[in-house]
Write a protein that binds this ligand. Structure first.
Ligand code: CP
Length: 312
């Protein structure tokens, strides 16, 4: 594997899950694989889990991670081809990506969508520019349309916590005060479509994800109906895809409550707004897997870096 930019890069998810579980059991078994190799982590947006777990994964493999907050700390990067750079941008991605490739053996990038320009977001301008102009492998740490490290993490977490051969997994939209990207929901959907689970999505009218992502996954507009017999309820807010980037609904009737989830396990990628997305009683109960998910971020990242290092 050269790059990891999408759940589509996972050929056999069950094999990947098994490998991740082995890494988790013995995280330092490959601690010479990355010796004298540098991982560059480039953040165009905020992060807690991704920033720390990806560095931890690199350290477990013996790599040296270096981190840059691109927005604010680096020169403004120009992505347009043929642009007359007489505005706010000072460095073209052609030089930027090539220069970073001199210092790093793998480049990891986080760049969120605009949520105002659907065409630009779907072109994955930032991530794909790094893939095009870097001379080293590129890993997505969440892009405009996907969060494949999170999706892999969630697949591992479900595999670890299921008591059934084929559990029912529900992806539920929940309210939020801000317009949020579709990336986590997209990658979770793609990961579940690769797993042997009964997978359904529930969201209010107007909030269907892209049909390119959902494909033939059943979509319910009645949350209660979708939650019937659920084993895992994965919750995430996203803004409207059809009315791109807009918030169409703000009331709390889709908030996740203890009463709604019953015996199901609760999952969320974090950070989560308590008592907006989900009530305290869920997060503070044994039903919540959110900390287990955050822990698995390290092993998902470690597996991806290991596969890339083995191919260098
Ligand atoms: N879940 C996740 O990607 O968290 P951060 O945004 O804190 O990295």
């Amino acid at each position: 594997m050269k790059n990891y930019t999408s759940i589509k890069d996972i050929e056999h998810i069950d094999n990947w899950i098994q490998e991740a579980k082995e890494l988790k059991r013995k995280p330092l078994n490959n601690n010479l694989l990355g010796k004298n190799k540098t991982l560059g982590l480039l953040f165009f947006n905020s992060s807690l889990r991704t920033r720390l777990s990806t560095q931890k994964a690199a350290l477990n493999l013996g790599m040296d991670p270096i981190v840059m907050n691109v927005t604010g700390d680096a020169w403004g990067i120009e992505f347009g081809d043929g642009t007359v750079m007489n505005g706010t941008t000072a460095e073209h991605i052609k030089e930027g990506a090539a220069v970073i490739s001199q210092y790093c053996d793998i480049i990891a990038v986080r760049a969120f969508p605009t949520l105002t320009d659907k065409e630009k977001d779907e072109s994955e301008e930032v991530l794909e520019s790094f893939v095009k102009f870097a001379s080293v492998p590129v890993v997505s740490m969440e892009s405009a349309t996907g969060h494949p490290l999170q999706g892999l993490t969630d697949a591992i977490t479900i595999s670890e916590n299921t008591t059934k051969k084929k559990p029912k997994v529900v992806l539920s939209w929940a309210p939020h005060v801000k317009a949020l990207p579709h990336a986590v929901a997209n990658s979770f959907t793609q990961a579940m479509q690769k797993m042997d689970v009964e997978f359904v999505i529930t969201n209010p009218e107007g909030y269907n994800l892209s049909s390119e992502i959902t494909k033939d996954t059943p979509i319910y507009h009645n949350q209660e109906e979708a939650f019937k017999d659920a084993d895992f309820i994965y919750t995430k807010n996203w803004s409207s895809y059809d009315d791109y980037g807009k918030i169409l609904k703000t009331d709390l009737d889709w908030m996740i409550t203890k009463e709604k989830i019953g015996d199901a396990k609760f999952m969320h990628c974090l950070p989560v707004r308590r008592n907006v997305v989900v009530e305290d009683a869920v997060l503070d109960s044994d039903s919540s897997l959110v900390i287990a998910q955050a822990n698995n971020r390290t092993y998902a990242a470690q597996l991806v870096l290991k596969k890339i290092l083995e191919n260098l």
